[in-house]
Design a protein around this ligand. Structure first.
Ligand code: DGL
Length: 275
């Protein structure tokens, strides 16, 4: 059913949440935009901390985790809409999840289209996880929107670790940002990159650090604002009522989530549940 599962306003429980799903804290970059677009919407933020990171896993592992967990969570929380706020999970499993769940699903895919519209030099960099950058989904986006551009891809798993550490208040090795920039710049033609796609939802959370590493003249593009607009469009006319404070749901142990309590509460997630 996927995108066609538009529910009329009167059929929707006003307390039914929007469920945002990621392997870790990356989806908070989407939640920040969603709060702007729909401040009154009840939200459950789900982080598969036990499965983190997704980017170094196989397609089969990611697909199994995402389909299994979203199935369980949609039974349990009855969301009005699910957003897979993770490029890795979306580029691998979006079609599968849409096939099996009868709830509208919004995915997150690399923002190659806006990057192709923005670039002046015609050379675009793309930073993502190892799993994302090898996906046929990304090849298709490139063929459709950037066939006349040079798109250089670089897998930067260290940046996922850096974003997770930053939001836990832990020290971050500053060399990771320079290495990510170098990973793109050192490819043939890489010196002309003027636009970088942040193709992992963790990366907007470290955009300032990346901007410093790349130096002036590079613009960063990601999909968070567009995703929030899409969610607002798909839930247009539906009633919203937050009957309880918003909640973060995590897999793993209590102790995995403990260092994230201050960050979660900064994003309005004042309760934490372990799945
Ligand atoms: N936030 C995820 C993404 O957008 C991936 C991070 C991970 O490797 O788990 O791709």
């Amino acid at each position: 059913m996927g995108q066609l599962a538009h529910q009329s306003g009167s059929a929707v429980d006003p307390a039914a949440p929007i469920l945002l799903f990621d392997s870790g804290v990356g989806g908070l970059s989407v939640l920040a935009e969603l709060r702007q677009a729909l401040p009154q919407a009840p939200v459950i933020y789900a982080a598969d901390l036990k499965g983190l990171p997704y980017g170094t896993k196989s397609e089969a592992e990611v697909a199994a985790r995402v389909c299994g967990l979203l199935g369980r969570m949609s039974e349990r929380f009855r969301p009005r809409l699910i957003c897979i706020a993770c490029n890795t999970a979306s580029t691998i499993a979006l079609a599968m999840v849409r096939d099996v769940l009868e709830v509208p699903i919004v995915g997150t895919v690399p923002a190659i289209k806006p990057a192709a519209e923005l670039t002046r030099s015609g050379t675009i960099g793309l930073l993502g996880t190892a799993a994302t950058i090898r996906q046929p989904y990304v090849d298709r986006l490139e063929a459709k929107f950037a066939a006349d551009k040079l798109l250089l891809r670089h897998a930067a798993p260290e940046l996922v670790t850096a974003a997770e550490a930053k939001l836990r208040g832990e020290p971050v090795d500053s060399g990771v940002f320079a290495r990510a920039a170098q990973g793109l710049r050192s490819q043939p033609g890489g010196e002309a990159i003027d636009t970088v796609v942040l193709a992992c939802t963790h990366f907007p959370l470290i955009e300032d650090e990346l901007a410093q590493a790349f130096g002036g003249g590079v613009r960063f593009v990601h999909g968070a604002a567009g995703i929030a607009r899409r969610i607002a469009f798909l839930t247009k006319g539906q009633p919203f009522k937050r009957s309880n404070s918003d909640c973060a749901v995590v897999t793993g142990a209590d102790t995995d989530a403990a260092p994230l309590v201050p960050t979660f509460s900064r994003f309005g997630l004042s309760r934490i549940e372990v799945l």
